[in-house]
Design a protein. Sequence first.
Length: 356
Amino acid sequence: MHELTLTRPDDWHLHLRDDVVMARVLPATAAVFARAIVMPNLQPPVTTVAQAAAYRDRIRAACPPGAGFTPLMTLYLTEATTGEELRLAAHTDFIHGVKLYPAGATTHSDAGVRHIDRIFPALEVLAETGLPLLVHGEVTDPDVDVFDREARFIDTALEPVLSRLPTLRVVFEHITTAQAVAFVRSRATGLAATITPQHLLYNRNALFQGGLRPHYYCLPVLKAERHRAAVLDAATSGDPRFFLGTDSAPHARSAKESACGCAGIYSAPLALPLYAEAFEQMGRLDRLEGFAAFHGADFYGLPRNAERITLIREDWSVPASYPLGSSELVPLRAGERLRWRVAPTPKPGNGQESTA
């Protein structure tokens, strides 16, 4: 196969940051994806409907003209989040989820949840309204091995929550383990999962090949090969409970290559080609469209996109970096070659072309 045309995809887990960084990274996503669930972990976090509306306005203002991109906003759940605020969010047409960060789990999660028991009133409102809970599924207990934190979260938090609130709709974000795959498959309805390109293509060896590689460091961290294989099988299986979420998370080179490097992988400019590579490895390219364009929209109760996009089997080199103010932004697979690329699409109104 040398060309693959599919429904324009959506990204169901994306970090756009704000200000200068957002202006730099947004065009790469908007050139390919029609919609994206935008994470709320800014500083300060997006905890109210008014803050989400203001953030949406900033994203719209930074979006390239004619891109046809729609940001889908989320709220950051804290132990102080009120049921009134969540009901207000559920009645908007632009807030599509509420994000649970365990405190200390990842970038800008210090305002997150420390005690699950304290947020049950909020979770009851989500179950009542149908607004999805988006979960960064890791415990932060320092006594738990970093490679076991996702599995432990299932046992100590996610299973008890869903047993108590069986109608709660949950997206288990960026799953990385065989245990997470099995848990999602054990639930008939109401539970889905996003999967990143790095967790499909790499195991934890990638962090250490030729030395410590900070641009392969993310949270949840890459796992052992048996877990990668399980996640890859789930993504390419055609099961509608699994769908695309890049978790593209930009950090300046100086923040990644430091004594305490930030967690996060920037993949937006090459995400769809990376997914195509993973599906091709499994001989399942025919299932990429469902994973990228149908399953997430169906879970969130949104219409599938009408536009089409084409992938071409053509080698190209990923840039070594992208400019970011006075610094640089290093993408996943920097300087390496990829087998698939997104075909250029004409910009409306001027006949020129843009390449994703």
